[in-house]
Ligand binder design. Structure first.
Ligand SMILES: Cc1cc2nc3c(=O)[nH]c(=O)nc-3n(C[C@H](O)[C@H](O)[C@H](O)COP(=O)(O)O)c2cc1C
Length: 264
């Protein structure tokens, strides 16, 4: 499937088949996709643990479930705990040396590049280390990794949904993550029980409101021909609400014995 179609069909899938396990190979592929994502200074702070429900301790399950969004987490056969390890920022000089040594960073004679790196570049980053360890730029890179894993999951026929948790510290402690790690998100993973459209494309703010050309005040000119091409390529799909959605939701709720009322 073309990337355009994958982007268009990826949805947050909240209803998955609780009885169907997810293959280890597929989870590995999600992690492989996350691992290849770019990261500032090639630091690679994104880490993840795949928690297989049937193998998880009651203590961990309780910590994972104790959030506002109860039922999604109770259904999914796998929950990936995505977290960020800021301690890896301390190894940044070595990551930069690797980049220079393999020719991915800088130009000119290698000895000159190494000298510049040691005398100028690394000291600049050392001065910024506290800021770089803190929340901000690394979270963006982690988001890119999670996005790649999410697209891979879709391509493999899996449905995923990202969920915030107030229980981050506790979960990371139970998992044995290194001291100082920050919880990012939980991601439920399973085979979709709902149709891939999941009720249709969710509304997005107008294109012109979000993207500019040369200044934030001038909207990027949105070409109708491009929109038509992406529609032909199935990146744009039927917008929500779909006529059949209410019936689908009633069916899913009955099948999964989810007690109404519920938003999420
Ligand atoms: C960073 C992030 C955190 C999210 N947290 C939650 C959450 O806690 N609970 C939930 O039900 N959905 C959560 N979602 C899913 C969003 O609600 C969803 O992406 C949005 O409604 C758009 O739907 P779509 O992903 O199908 O396009 C989260 C999504 C992202 C990207």
């Amino acid at each position: 499937m073309e990337l355009r179609e994958v982007i268009g069909r990826r949805r947050s899938i909240r209803f998955v088949r609780p009885y169907q396990p997810v293959e280890m190979e597929k989870l590995q592929m999600m992690f492989e996709a996350a691992r290849l994502a770019s990261h500032w200074g090639n630091v690679q702070t994104l880490c993840g643990v795949a928690v297989v429900r049937d193998q998880a301790s009651p203590e961990l399950l309780e910590a994972l479930n104790a959030v506002v969004v109860g039922w999604q987490l109770k259904l999914a056969p796998v929950i990936i705990v995505w977290y960020l390890n800021p301690n890896l920022v301390d190894q940044q000089p070595d990551r930069l040396r690797e980049l220079v040594n393999i020719g991915a960073l800088g130009f000119g004679p290698i000895e000159k590049k190494k000298e510049f790196l040691e005398e100028k570049f690394i000291p600049i980053f050392e001065g910024l280390k506290d800021m770089l360890r803190g929340p901000g730029i690394s979270e963006i890179d982690c988001g890119q990794g999670i996005a790649q894993a999410t697209l891979m999951a879709y391509e493999l026929g899996l449905g995923t949904c990202l969920l915030a948790t107030p229980n981050g510290e506790k979960i990371l402690k139970i998992l044995g993550a290194p001291e100082g790690c920050r919880m990012l998100l939980l991601q439920t993973v399973g085979y979709p029980l709902e149709h891939w459209e999941a009720g249709g494309q969710r509304p997005r703010l107008p294109f012109e409101q979000r993207f500019g050309l040369n200044t934030a005040k001038v909207p990027f000119p949105r070409s109708q021909a491009v929109v038509e091409e992406l529609t032909r390529d199935k990146m744009f799909t039927r917008p929500a609400p779909l006529a059949e959605r209410e019936k689908e939701l009633e069916y899913l709720q009955r099948a999964l014995d989810i007690k109404p009322p519920g938003l999420i």
